[in-house]
Ligand binder design. Structure first.
Ligand SMILES: NC(=O)c1ccc[n+]([C@@H]2O[C@H](COP(=O)([O-])OP(=O)(O)OC[C@H]3O[C@@H](n4cnc5c(N)ncnc54)[C@H](OP(=O)(O)O)[C@@H]3O)[C@@H](O)[C@H]2O)c1
Length: 318
């Protein structure tokens, strides 16, 4: 099959389009004919080799986690899907494997594609919506009436987090640059702060949750913006492990305020909840740019620049 492969870690020049074997499935897996792949920052971080100490260097590597495509083979234990189903989800393999004509994942990674959205939109949804949902519900314990600051509200996770926070009944203060104002305001945050012309840490505000999606701040820098018992949350999971001693020290002197981090989990019921929200028109994903498979280098350069509004997607096959 045709696949986007890397044989070394490095800049976007390491990508090649080559031929590799179609992956084999286990009894509890599905084989998907891939239509579209959503790009996430983890893809370009892994291309650079950031996770090689944990995941190794099993070249040739096929990157990419988020996809939408058609089920073409199911393992003997698969109950929920059959050949011909259109599904979307985030793969659970080391390094993903989505950027190829065929990809493999376990059943709990997928849900049936909602009918009212495009294939590209479906491919853009999984990782950012699972992350935002699990962060806000499981880590931040966000409740109706709570207030939350979302730093990085215009990116993939951020624009979904604004919508889910509103669905949960919270008051949302969104942070992004001035050029993202119009984009973010369509998701109806209660307030918008432009990080270019104000110092967030000097704001006279008290919130229940500070969700540092983009990770430019830290618990010590913003804990004074939290109410008593408030939660600082980021997505920089590995880096956060090294910060535990510092955060514990700051938590000790900070009136029950807590610093937390999240690593997204594959969860079938969360995929179903997200699918329901999409079907009910309560959650939408916004696509910044759509690239073709042979534009993979440009796609990673653009995504890595870090100023997309919403998501970028790669079309593998129409
Ligand atoms: N732990 C996990 O399980 C997990 C899961 C998913 C993602 N993540 C991580 O979460 C982070 C965010 O992911 P993402 O998909 O949302 O990234 P993204 O789409 O690349 O984020 C881009 C956005 O960041 C905003 N931004 C850039 N610099 C900023 C700044 N200084 N202050 C505030 N906003 C800024 C940009 O807005 P402007 O253009 O307006 O500047 C842009 O809209 C990444 O580091 C990713 O690896 C972790």
């Amino acid at each position: 099959m045709k696949a986007v492969i890397i044989n070394q870690f490095g800049n976007p020049d390491v990508f090649q389009i080559g031929e590799i074997d179609i992956p084999k499935i286990n009894n509890d897996q599905l084989l998907i004919k891939v239509n579209s792949v959503g790009i996430n920052p983890i893809d370009w971080k892994q291309r650079k080799g950031n996770h090689k100490l944990i995941l190794g260097s099993p070249f040739p590597i096929v990157l990419g986690y988020d996809l939408c495509g058609e089920v073409v083979q199911v393992g003997d234990e698969i109950k929920r899907f059959k050949n011909g189903d259109m599904v979307f989800g985030a793969l659970d393999n080391k390094y993903g494997g989505a950027m190829a004509e065929f990809a493999v994942g376990h059943e709990n990674c997928f849900s049936l594609k909602p009918v009212g959205i495009s294939i590209n939109e479906a491919a853009a949804f999984p990782m950012v919506s699972l992350t935002a949902l699990q962060a806000l519900r499981d880590k931040a314990n966000l409740k109706p009436g709570d207030s939350i600051i979302i730093n990085g509200a215009s990116g993939g996770v951020g624009h979904i987090a604004v919508q889910i926070s509103k669905l949960m009944g919270a008051k949302v203060i969104a942070i992004a640059s001035e050029r993202s104002w119009e984009f973010v305001m369509q998701f109806k945050p209660d307030e918008f702060l432009n990080y270019n012309n104000i110092d967030i840490t000097k704001q006279n505000k008290k919130v229940d949750v500070f969700f540092d999606v983009i990770g430019t701040l830290s618990f010590p820098k913003v804990k004074h913006l939290l109410k008593s018992g408030g939660i600082y949350l980021n997505l920089n999971y590995l880096h956060s492990l090294t910060k535990i001693p510092v955060n514990v020290f700051h938590q000790f002197f900070s009136n029950r305020k807590k610093a937390k981090s999240l690593l997204m989990k594959h969860d079938q019921s969360d995929m179903e909840l997200i699918t329901n929200w999409i079907n009910e028109n309560k959650l939408k994903v916004s696509i910044d740019t759509i690239f073709q498979m042979d534009q993979i280098k440009q796609a990673h350069e653009y995504a890595q620049h870090g100023h997309n509004k919403g998501k970028n997607v790669i079309v593998i096959s129409e």
